[in-house]
Design a protein around this ligand. Sequence first.
Ligand code: IPD
Length: 280
Amino acid sequence: MADAWKEAMELAEKTARRAGEVVCAALQVERSVMTKSCSVDLVTQTDQQVEQLIIQSVRDKFPTHRFIGEESVAAGEPCVLSDEPTWIIDPIDGTTNFVHAFPFVAVSIGFSVNKQMEFGVVFSCLEDKMYTARRGGGAFCNGERLQVSSQEDIQQAMVCTEFGSSRDPEVVEKIFCSLRAVLSIPTHGVRGAGTAAINMCLVASGCVEAYYEIGIHVWDIAAGVLLVTEAGGVLMDVQGGPVDLMSRRVLAANSPALAERLLQEIHSFCPIRDDAAPSL
Ligand code: IPD
């Protein structure tokens, strides 16, 4: 049977590449930085420009489709995932990296229908790596099939996580308690690329065994979730059970066994859900 969303996925890839060119060009000039929810939650004109570029390209071809875009939500658009075909966009995942020219920055585009992710595209602009995944069709990087690591021993594992942008002392304390616990198992190490989307692609590629974070948003992970599952990995909530894209919590791992082991070390908390916040 023909793939109903083939054309949409091709458009996502093409648009992510164009968006990546804009991001790379912007890295060559001075970037003016603004803030959103707090002084370390950054945004630039490039984030806004790239999101509009993606939305316009999609609208031209699919005028009835819906959008959840990081900067549109920040500007007051609702963050609602309906059954309609919906493009979930992070124009620059790793905005803080972008501001500092720290070389991991991604354009992330997820596409969902009936609240189920159909495809995900993550373009790691500076590495020139195009990660793609189609539900039931596998995960790829620059056309090469991806497979998660087969390492199930947590003591031989490398784990990705991030510190996020909350500086609430209670949140910072929980993040550090989890970090100490994960390091002390002991694992081989803990890393973070500064972008949730790339961290998930690293799980899909088998470079790290797991990634967890509390405080991410739906646009950070929508594309990455398919990369992980289509590469043979699993997704969970940080307290176990299925992941909820709007809950701002995610654990991605190469296997259920490793995910369950990691769950024991994570000090969880509940940020305000993406679909509950009026705007960011
Ligand atoms: C952020 C990145 C970062 C993660 C934050 C995200 P943004 O996304 O993915 O790695 O720690 O939680 O919000 O703001 O750069 O799109």
